[in-house]
Design a protein around this ligand. Structure first.
Ligand SMILES: C[S@@+](CC[C@H](N)C(=O)[O-])C[C@H]1O[C@@H](n2cnc3c(N)ncnc32)[C@H](O)[C@@H]1O
Length: 216
């Protein structure tokens, strides 16, 4: 199913927001991004991964850390913001295959990756269920999904989310940990597990994992 005009409006708003933010993103969000990316990597098993995709990779912070820690893993990333990808390309010259694209229409072939990861972006996706199906489509059988985002189980996040829902046209919604795990199961993933944690007094996060055990 193609995007509705409402979804296109959300994506335009995301593209506008990140066009303006791209050059300042790393400096402005350094602590938050570094903490969440590190917590995500701690929860990944990359020993057996040969090809990883980062969905909504932004400026490529996670990809660049993985390239330093696991130089043998082949890296790909996608994001709908050309400007965020531009920063990622300057950081990851020759190291990663970076493509412009939407989470619910990933610009990659079926069964291409051992690991699909997404950090700090799930709350923007206008069609989160479609995005999870796409992540499953591009994963090989036996591959792993890891999604980290802020979590509705925490009061401070809930308040931020409700304010952003009425003030920011780019913002979609955050999910509770059970709800997000349910969406991941519904998309066909198995061995679904969710971990909740705080990175500081404000941000309560969750990392949801799932395995693709069937062949698309
Ligand atoms: C908060 S940034 C996170 C970037 C990076 N993953 C990180 O952890 O630093 C959110 C990113 O999601 C991207 N994004 C939002 N909605 C998207 C969608 N539907 N498809 C692809 N990328 C999207 C934005 O362009 C932006 O780069």
């Amino acid at each position: 199913m193609g995007p509705s005009s409402r979804d296109e409006k959300v994506e335009d708003a995301v593209a506008r927001e990140y066009r303006q933010l791209a050059r300042r993103y790393d400096a402005r969000w350094a602590n938050y991004v570094e903490s969440t990316v590190r917590e995500t990597i701690l929860r990944m098993d990359l020993q057996h991964s040969s090809h990883l995709l980062d969905v909504a990779c932004g400026t490529g912070v996670l990809l660049s850390l993985i390239s330093a820690l696991f130089p043998d893993v082949k890296l790909s990333g996608t994001d709908l913001s050309r400007e965020m990808l531009h920063v990622a390309k300057s950081r990851l010259t020759l190291v990663a295959d970076l493509r412009e694209g939407r989470a619910d229409a990933l610009p990659f072939k079926d069964n291409s990756f051992d690991t699909v990861v997404s950090t700090n972006a799930f709350h923007f996706f206008p069609q989160p269920e479609e995005a999870l199906f796409e992540m499953s489509r591009v994963l090989r059988r036996g591959g792993n999904l890891i999604v980290t985002d802020w979590c509705d189980d925490y009061l401070a996040c809930r308040i931020c989310d409700r304010l952003l829902r009425v003030s920011s046209p780019a913002h979609g919604r955050i999910f509770g940990s059970d709800e997000c795990a349910h969406l991941v199961s519904k998309a066909g993933f198995e061995q679904v597990a969710v971990d909740r944690y705080k990175i500081n007094w404000l941000w309560g996060m969750m990392t949801v994992k799932g395995a693709k055990t069937y062949c698309a």
